[in-house]
Structure formats: C-alpha cells, structure tokens
Design a protein around this ligand. Structure first.
Ligand SMILES: [Zn+2]
Length: 189
C-alpha cells in the first residue's frame, strides 16, 4: 500500500536486535506472542513494521494486531493530511470553509458540506485515493460552499475548480469507486 501520503514499510531484523528494541517502545507498539515478535513505529509519514524472520504471518492474533495498527495509522494520517490539503486548495481557489472535520461517514459518502455552517466533513478513507481523485472529492465539497444542490450551476462551478469537465470527471471516478469501496472497507473496517 502506497499513496502520496502513506507509506508502509516492512523491515526484517535479526531476532536479537529486535528483542533489544522492545523495551524502547510502548507495549501497544509491540506484538510479542509465541514465536512472533513485531514492532510497529510511525516515522514522519511512514509506518514501519520491524519483524524477525520467524514471524508466522498466518497467526490470527498477529493479523488482527497488524490490521488495527494499519487502520489507526491511516486514520491518524487522514486527520493530519486532509485538513492541510483542503487549506491548500482553499488558498488556490480563494474559497474558504469555516470548519473542516475528518470523520467516518456512511460507506458510499466521501464528503459532506453544510453550506449554512460553511463546514466540510471528509471521510478518512479518501486519503487512500490517488491524489487527483482525493482533490476532486475535496473540491466537490468546496463547490457546495456556494451551491447546496447538484444542478447545472453547481457542475459548471465545479468545472472551474477542477480545471476539467466535472461531469466526465465524475463518470471516470464512479468507475474507479466500485473497487475502491471494497478496498478501503477492507483496510478500515
Ligand atoms: Zn455533492
């Protein structure tokens, strides 16, 4: 898994070195059961898993722990990155929301805009999208700061924000989204 903002790296280390490292990490960052020893560490924008060669990947407990770490990392990065990206786009287009919230939304909802409150809500899962699609979700919600509907004036305005025809952009994106929903569900459920 790799996007502009996410990088997961798997680093194999010899068992002795790994055991020496354990005491330097919080217990929640260490999985140590049976013959399995894995340490997880967030370093800037990337997530590292350090493991020894003996790790049994098919172990259920280990798989759950890895999943939980991955999910927490994605959500943490979404909290950091999405408001920042929104602010960049706000400055580019001189169109500003009063507030941005990153929170889990219903499955097929990637963002919401409360025009009356000039508030934009973004789903953390959009951090898993390729950059141009992530931006297009944010710009779609920004366009709702001006138009609360999906009539022609909305799509025309969104076209100016996207710099390309918003209707054909949406068609392209809808095709991608079918696989994206199951992929992002798998990572974030
Ligand atoms: Zn909309």
């Amino acid at each position: 898994m790799q996007s502009n903002y996410l990088l997961v790296e798997w680093v194999v280390v010899d068992l002795f070195t790994l055991q020496m490292e354990v005491s330097k990490h919080e217990t929640s960052a260490v999985y140590h059961k049976g013959g399995n020893l894995v340490i997880c560490q967030i370093d800037g924008h990337s997530l590292h898993f350090f493991y020894a060669e003996i790790a049994e990947w098919e172990n259920r407990g280990l798989q759950k722990w890895l999943r939980d770490k991955l999910k927490a990392y994605i959500i943490d990065m979404a909290d950091r990155v999405l408001p920042q990206r929104l602010h960049e786009l706000e400055h580019q287009h001189c169109l500003f929301a009063k507030k941005v919230i990153v929170k889990k939304l219903r499955k097929c909802v990637l963002g919401q805009c409360y025009k009356g409150y000039q508030t934009i809500v973004l789903s953390p899962r959009i951090i898993l999208l390729p950059q141009q699609y992530m931006d297009s979700v944010i710009l779609h919600e920004m366009a709702h700061l001006k138009f609360s509907h999906h009539r022609k004036t909305f799509w025309d305005f969104l076209t100016t924000l996207l710099g390309e025809d918003s209707i054909s952009q949406k068609r392209r994106m809808d095709m991608l989204m079918k696989t994206f929903y199951s992929y992002s569900d798998f990572l974030l459920k």
